[in-house]
Design a protein around this ligand. Structure first.
Ligand code: SAM
Length: 279
């Protein structure tokens, strides 16, 4: 299967899976290779024949949906987002939690990959913020649909490439090298719970101060699915909680109950307030 064949297959397949081609354009290589391998297992050499196979076998769609999952991540992905979590967003949320009389700051990393995102947050908390808010405990729920990435997240060992965006002294402090891998020290794993969860389902039965939903729903899902998921996410936030998206992601303009954090894809749910500046 050449690249053109793969593009035309994806452009046919993705809308039927409620996903959007736009999100896959740059990362299609990973998906094309998997589909090519799958066609090999079925001894199918031609994209048109694979389409016929899909039309005749409903189960193949479930498998194909799994093949279209992008699992790329890294620590401190989109540095600007973490800088602003450090200087603005988390301190604001921490103050609000204290004012509510809450002893825990709750964060949900939805589509957490192999743990790079939730652990980046615990690193930030432990190394920069915890001493400013000694009465607060950080609790991060990290969920993903993919059992393999969750297993990797729990081992918390990574290649050097996954850490390259972290401040240098942090990876010296937080990781120990074991052979070729860098393994997160125990103290930074505390407070993170991993759970299998499909973000399209009802949210976990908890209220969160912050939800990170980055580089998943608003990149790969189509608009109807985005709308359904955003409803779930907002219902899982405390009043005045925050939802942070990936740096190139946007909410649709109908989310009028949200205030945007200037310059960031971060939204606060001031439920009774009019929107200020929705992107
Ligand atoms: C591109 S990674 C993003 C990881 C991290 N949020 C980041 O920004 O670096 C997308 C993750 O979402 C997961 N995912 C895909 N579909 C999902 C779904 N329906 N529910 C929950 N997680 C899903 C994938 O397994 C993958 O780990």
């Amino acid at each position: 299967m050449n690249d053109c064949d793969c593009i035309s297959l994806l452009q046919w397949v993705l809308p039927r899976l409620h996903m959007q081609w736009r999100g896959f354009r740059k990362v299609r290589g990973q998906v094309c290779k998997r589909i090519q391998r799958r066609m090999g297992e079925l001894a199918i050499t031609d994209v048109a024949l694979y389409r016929d196979h899909l039309q005749q076998h409903a189960d193949e769609w479930l498998l194909l949906r799994d093949l279209c999952r992008i699992t790329i991540s890294r620590f401190w992905r989109d540095k600007r987002a973490y800088v602003s979590l450090d200087s603005n967003v988390l301190p604001v949320l921490a103050q609000q939690a204290i004012q509510r009389g809450d002893g825990t700051l709750r964060i949900w990393s939805a589509g957490c990959g192999s743990g790079e995102e939730p652990y980046s947050v615990t690193l930030l908390w432990e190394l920069k913020l915890r001493d400013r808010f000694p009465s607060l405990k950080l609790n991060v729920l990290a969920t993903d649909i993919d059992h393999a990435v969750l297993a990797r997240a729990k081992t918390a060992c990574y290649g050097h490439g996954s850490l390259k965006d972290l401040p240098t002294d942090w990876y010296v402090i937080a990781f120990q090298q074991i052979d070729d891998a860098y393994c997160l020290r125990q103290r930074f794993k505390r407070g993170v719970t991993f759970r299998h969860h499909d973000v399209r389902d009802q949210p976990p039965d908890l209220q969160f101060d912050l939800i990170l939903c980055r580089n998943l729903v608003f990149t790969y899902f189509d608009e109807s699915q985005q709308r359904a998921v955003v409803g779930h996410l907002l219902n899982a936030l405390v009043p005045d909680g925050a939802l942070m998206l990936g740096s190139h992601e946007h909410l649709s303009a109908d989310e009028r109950r949200l205030k945007v954090w200037p310059g960031l894809p971060c939204f606060f749910t001031h439920r009774n307030a009019p929107a200020l500046n929705l992107r």
